[in-house]
Design a protein around this ligand. Structure first.
Ligand code: 5RP
Length: 239
């Protein structure tokens, strides 16, 4: 099966498989969203089937919930599960401090809530996701539909205060219509190139009244597992 995958999927599979090896019987898990996280769900389902592993999974999107159910995993809500042992999720970028930009798949809100309810967050990724500074990947910000133009203005002023003048802010689209999140909100993508102070920006963005959540995950991720198509694995642990 491995040989039939594209190099990109091989890298994702390698990272996902390693992360799933850390799962123990009886654990409650947060299940991330995206193409790498989908490999984690498949690897988990494989262990459930072959080893009889008993786990409960809290998905971070309807997409992940559908896949997990389809593969026979025990899917529960976060409120049913309570505190989680581990969340395993993908990322769009991570830096040396293991701070992340997430939300490329539009699931940042549930992803942050679920990761924050977990003892540990493990991120799985390929080597391209490692960056010296966050910000090359457009930063997703989930906003309410009410007063959207006003929130956007407010964000633009806030960015300027953080030394990020005249940066593009684009509405996330799906075909011809705005992308709508699982919670019924919209996403603004902030094209920042480089974020000088990610912790400060994460706090400031969430003070804009129309902002629901932003895609900066600061001090949430504990470990990053990187996979390569040649089977190489590298692990980074937050100090
Ligand atoms: C979804 C996410 C994803 O984890 C992120 O976009 C990475 O996705 P992929 O594994 O497909 O590259 O944050 O909201």
């Amino acid at each position: 099966m491995f040989a039939d995958l594209s190099p990109a999927d091989q890298a994702k599979y390698v990272a996902a498989k390693r992360a799933v090896e850390l799962v123990e019987d009886g654990m409650k898990l947060g299940l991330g969203t995206g193409s790498t996280a989908a490999w984690m769900v498949r690897c988990l389902a494989d262990r459930v089937k072959t080893e009889g592993l008993r786990i409960q999974g809290v998905p971070t999107s309807t997409r992940t919930a559908d896949l997990a159910r389809e593969l026979g995993l025990d899917v529960v809500s976060l409120d049913q599960a309570g505190n989680l042992d581990i969340t395993i999720d993908g990322t769009d970028e991570f830096d040396r401090a293991l701070n992340l930009i997430k939300g490329g798949g539009g699931a940042l809100l549930q992803e942050k809530i679920v990761a924050s309810a977990s003892d540990r967050m493990i991120v799985i990724a390929d080597f391209d996701k490692q960056v010296p500074h966050l910000g090359k990947f457009p930063l997703p910000v989930e906003v309410l539909g009410f007063g959207l133009a006003s929130s956007r203005e407010h964000i633009a002023r806030l960015l300027a205060d953080h030394g990020l003048v005249d940066r593009d802010i684009t509405m996330r689209m799906q075909g011809d219509a705005p992308f709508v999140t699982d919670e019924g909100n919209f996403i603004l993508d902030l094209h920042l190139e480089q974020i000088p102070d990610a912790p400060a920006l994460a706090i400031a963005l969430n003070q804009v009244p129309g902002v629901v959540e932003n895609g900066l995950f600061i001090n949430i991720c504990d470990r990053v597992i990187l996979g390569a198509s040649d089977g190489r694995i590298e692990e980074h642990v937050r100090s």
